[in-house]
Design a binder for this molecule. Sequence first.
Ligand code: NAP
Length: 235
Amino acid sequence: MTTAVVIGAGGGIGAALVAAILASGRYAHVHALARDPVASGGVLVGGTLDVTDEDSIAAAAGAIATPIDLLLVATGILHEGGRMPERALRELDGAALARIFAINTIGPALVLKHFTPRLAKDRRAVAATLSARVGSISDNRTGGWYGYRASKAALNMIVKSAAIELARARPEAICVALHPGTVDTALSKPFQPRVPKEKLFSPELAARQLLDVVDGLGTADTGRVFAWDGREIAP
Ligand SMILES: NC(=O)c1ccc[n+]([C@@H]2O[C@H](COP(=O)([O-])OP(=O)(O)OC[C@H]3O[C@@H](n4cnc5c(N)ncnc54)[C@H](OP(=O)(O)O)[C@@H]3O)[C@@H](O)[C@H]2O)c1
């Protein structure tokens, strides 16, 4: 019996991941967790979770009875309520920075805290968190997007530390961060005009590509960041 969990199942990529996982027919239980409840049916079990509310994370993790084979965290924000990513230091706002870190870094960290103890122990299990190429410090050539870049760089560090810790108790567990490419969702909408058509993936294609990357991961890959094409992204 195998179990998959998708957190952020109401988002563009999250919903497509749930659909692709269901279509694969590989899982006996597929838990789809979102702020707004997802309808259950067949192997699909809907539940609620807000990454800024640790009690909701703990409750959602506690409600999963079977060992988890695949955990996908697909939550995140780039812009919110009309506030766009910062282009210059003068645009930094403490409350906005705290909010983006709460959702993009602290939220997934707390998800790893509560869900990784429930990963399958006796077989391969994968915990993958959606990050972004712009979280790479060495790849930052244009600057800007202070909060988003920094929150994803910090997320990558959380993933690395979690991978080291997990390897001690669960040598077959793999904990990674994934960059989905530029995907046609609400998150990328304001920036799509400058993206060449062939570089803008549909959520369905992005989900298939991400699941292919997950399938190809081995224990030597734990703690690392991979793009949609399976290539590693340098820290
Ligand atoms: N789209 C891209 O081009 C792109 C590129 C690089 C990386 N990514 C990353 O991919 C991930 C998914 O993005 P997306 O494109 O699918 O964006 P999206 O369609 O805007 O979905 C974002 C998801 O985050 C969830 N979320 C936001 N705040 C939350 C909270 N407090 N608690 C729980 N869930 C919360 C949203 O939940 P609700 O449905 O409840 O609002 C939604 O499910 C993000 O981590 C993003 O940084 C995306």
